[in-house]
Design a protein. Structure first.
Lengths: 404, 416
């Protein structure tokens, strides 16, 4: 009897039975889930470890300094087969980053145009934009990529390809266009430094003049003055570098057919795979961005537009100075997640023959330990995601409502 | 002096021609000012050009023979080949599965009474009948295949009658029958060892549009409850549960699906016993479901966050327990408010089923690509094939968003 009483006393806490006490329940649940997850993860990695040792599968990260010895299709950094795995990984990551940045810029521009067209008062324009959005948003990206890929493949071969003014070559190998090339890299870097400095000066000028305009109410033309200053400084810098180094920092290299097969050399060639990838990614993502832009603009109260119009602003000016800045607050967060989607979707590049990070990593697993490569790959993608999120959050903080 | 009151009553004049009818509409919507007029002309010219070239390419230049050549193989992939189904004709098994789906669609038509359900049921019946009577010879389209296709019309009718005149016509029975039919379909397609006519077909031969649909249906059914659990976990006050949910969601969302799928192919066989891990269909299903539920969790969390805190407070004040508040008050409202986002996630899950190509499964797109790659004479028809696939996927995804709009109408979202 005493035993039972003692047990009862033990089982109660402040008059509540332990099996119904919130704190006890919560902590039991947490400890249980923690133990379960730790057990799962440990089993997973112990098993992998055991299998690796049983089957003598190579592991570790020592392969990174070994020679990769596999060609990479199109690459933006200089690359030889004798380069190391680590460097090849970097080359592939650069390929992905370039597609991501170019794609994000183009998709945003196109998406804003389509999104604004969607709410146009012109019936034909808004209908066309609606069809664009509904078609490209609802068809899987991979199908679109294959379609564009086979459109590019259906272009005539190099020798019968389209040539515009001996500068632009379009054929089934891709698009070749004139591109700046530097013979003297110190001259080129010197000029690029000048350009960077002039951009900084222009930004400062723009800010100072805008403040003055807001302060005095007099037109100070901040955008015009900033652009003129930047261009003038860059041109002066070009002339100065030209005089100092005895040659121009950049020369334009034109593409031209060479050899018996008429292969295009010089200039810059966007390979067929990259062209199909960018076309598909940009069109697909822009249809999502268009919807985000439309929703953002429509979220701004109608009174704002009406007030702007009644103050005498033209429709475009009202959109640019009143509606759009307010819509940006609604647009930015989902826009950032579209940027992330575009970056992750670029991993489909492998299907159409562009060597992006995921594709090269997949090839690497044939000659290097898969587990290590996946850890690297996961880290690389997570780093890219976090960078975009960080930039987006910083920008978002700079435009949010004061006091919020 | 005269005022408006003094003017003699006359015949009410019709509004001027520029304000009414087709002319008024065109004036207001196409030519309201100079730049709208310019835009209208530019767009009309561009659309006209696009239509002209598009139509002339579709009708005159394009060679659609490749679709008839592939025919039924687009739907089932390698399923009915000699390797998959030796010495037998297995095409009737996916077709019988389609009949079960038709019965369900007929039931949904009768139960919901909504025009969306009616249109989908009639649409499926019409398309199957149209294919059954198509005068072209398509791959794998014998008389038996055509008859089974035409049987979808009586199947829809049977479902409608069943739901209208028997006690089965309730949502609860439809859910039970849906789950039951899904299991029957899995058995039908997978086969049972030792049963004549139902010989087992290894999952590596499941393919075509059938594979996309099976993966999508499984993923959609499972990712919603898992997503809800993750969303609740992420909002939980228990720090450890919250941390685990956040880590899971962010890792899943931070990586491309294609990488996760490929990782699963390499890592899972290392981590689990051999026979468990060789089934790539199973692995693809799990990865797709987990990936989708991470996104689903974020959508539902958005709905929960947007919910007015007064709802929960009122529920607690009325004496509802925590779990009752969540299940009966918060979740129903939160989910109703984010239906578009949830259906959007369903659509992207369906689109993501294409990515199983990375682990060597032949879904409809990868099957087509492999066919083009292997048959050089069809290389020139690749554009036609992928345009056709784009149309097929578009019809499915557009139907899904159409259904979501109808569901929203029924739940009167935005009217309360």
């Amino acid at each position: 009897m005493i035993m039972i009483e003692a047990l009862r006393g033990f089982a109660y806490y402040k008059g509540v039975p332990l099996w119904r006490h919130a704190l006890v329940l919560q902590w039991t649940l947490q400890i249980l889930s923690g133990v379960l997850v730790v057990a799962l993860v440990t089993t997973f990695f112990t098993n992998i470890n055991n299998t690796i040792q049983d089957r003598e599968i190579p592991h570790g990260f020592s392969f990174l300094s070994r020679e990769y010895q596999t060609p990479i299709g199109q690459h933006f950094l200089p690359y030889e087969s004798s380069d190391s795995f680590l460097y090849a990984f970097g080359v592939a990551a650069t390929n992905t980053i370039i597609v991501s940045i170019v794609g994000v810029i183009l998709a945003t521009a196109l998406g804003i145009v389509v999104g604004v067209a969607r709410i146009s008062g012109n019936w034909l324009v808004s209908r066309t934009s609606l069809i664009y959005i509904e078609v490209f948003r609802n068809v899987p990206l991979l199908v679109q990529l294959f379609f564009w890929f086979y459109v590019v493949l259906a272009l005539p071969p190099v020798r019968q390809g389209y040539v515009f003014a001996d500068k632009l070559y379009i054929n089934n190998g891709g698009v070749s266009l004139p591109w700046p090339s530097a013979s003297n890299w110190s001259a080129a870097w010197a000029w690029l430094a000048v350009v960077l400095a002039s951009l900084l000066v222009a930004m400062v000028l723009h800010r100072v003049l805008t403040r003055r305009e807001a302060h005095t109410g007099q037109s100070s033309y901040p955008l015009v003055s900033g652009s003129v200053a930047a261009v003038a400084m860059s041109v002066a810098g070009w002339l100065f570098v030209n005089a100092a180094f005895g040659e121009a920092p950049f020369a334009i290299s034109d593409p031209a057919p060479q050899g018996t097969f008429g292969r295009i050399a010089g200039g810059f060639t966007i390979s067929g795979g990259l062209m199909a990838l960018l076309t598909g990614l940009v069109i697909y993502t822009s249809s999502f961005i268009a919807e985000i832009v439309r929703a953002g603009i429509q979220s701004v109260g109608h009174g704002q537009t009406e007030a702007a119009r009644s103050l005498g602003l033209a429709p475009m000016a009202a959109l640019r100075h009143v509606t759009f800045p307010q819509a940006l607050r609604v647009i930015i967060p989902p826009l950032i997640s579209q940027f992330l989607n575009l970056t992750k979707n670029s991993s489909l590049a492998g299907a159409i023959g562009y060597s992006d990070l995921a594709n090269v990593a997949k090839t690497m697993t044939q000659t290097a330990p898969a587990v290590s490569i996946y850890l690297l790959l996961a880290a690389a993608y997570l780093a890219m995601s976090l960078t975009y999120s960080l930039i987006g959050n910083l920008y978002n903080r700079s435009i949010r409502l004061v006091g919020n | 002096m005269t005022s408006a009151m003094d003017t003699p009553p006359g015949v009410a004049l019709p509004p001027p021609i520029t304000e009414r009818g087709g002319v008024g509409w065109a004036y207001a919507n196409l030519f309201s000012n100079w730049y709208n007029t310019v835009l209208t002309f530019i767009f009309a010219a561009l659309l006209g050009l696009a239509l002209w070239f598009g139509l002339s390419w579709i009708v005159l230049e394009a060679d659609w023979k490749v679709i008839a050549t592939l025919g039924g193989r687009l739907i089932i992939g390698q399923y009915n080949t000699e390797f998959a189904c030796p010495g037998q004709n297995c095409f009737w098994r996916p077709q019988a599965s389609l009949l079960l789906v038709s019965v369900l669609l007929g039931m949904a038509w009768a139960v919901s009474g909504d025009k969306a359900a009616r249109r989908i049921a009639i649409g499926v019946a019409a398309v199957t009948v149209a294919f059954a009577f198509l005068p072209y010879s398509m791959d794998q389209m014998g008389l038996d295949v055509r008859l089974l296709l035409a049987a979808n019309v009586p199947a829809v009718a049977a479902g409608w009658v069943l739901a209208r005149y028997t006690p089965l016509g309730t949502v609860r029975w439809m859910v039970i029958l849906g789950v039951l039919f899904f299991l029957v379909i899995l058995v039908l397609i997978g086969g049972v060892p030792g049963v004549p006519g139902l010989q087992p077909v290894s999952t590596i031969y499941w393919g075509g549009l059938m594979l996309n649909l099976l993966l999508a249906v499984t993923g959609i059914t499972l990712s919603l409850p898992i997503g809800i659990a993750l969303a609740l976990g992420r909002r939980s006050s228990l720090p450890l549960v919250k941390l685990l949910c956040v880590v899971f969601i962010e890792v899943m969302r931070g990586m491309p699906l294609i990488t996760l799928l490929f990782m699963s192919q390499v890592l899972v066989p290392l981590a689990f016993p051999q026979d468990f891990s060789t089934n790539s269909l199973f692995r693809a299903g799990i990865i797709l479901t987990l990936f989708s539920s991470a996104y689903m969790a974020e959508n539902i969390r958005g709905g929960l966050q947007a919910l007015h805190p007064g709802q929960v407070e009122a529920a607690r004040a009325l004496g509802l327990a925590g779990w009752q508040t969540t299940l009966l008050i918060s979740l129903p409202q939160a989910i109703r408010n984010v239906i578009p986002a949830i259906v959007g996630q369903f659509i992207s899950l369906f689109k993501d089923t294409l990515l199983v190509y990375i682990i060597g499964m032949l879904d409809v797109v990868e099957f087509s690509r492999a066919f083009i790659q292997g048959n050089a004479e069809y290389l020139a028809s690749a554009r036609e094939l992928f345009l056709f696939l784009a149309l097929v996927f578009w019809i499915f995804t557009y139907t899904m968003s159409y259904v979501s709009r109808r569901v929203e109408v029924h739940l009167r979202v935005g009217q309360r």
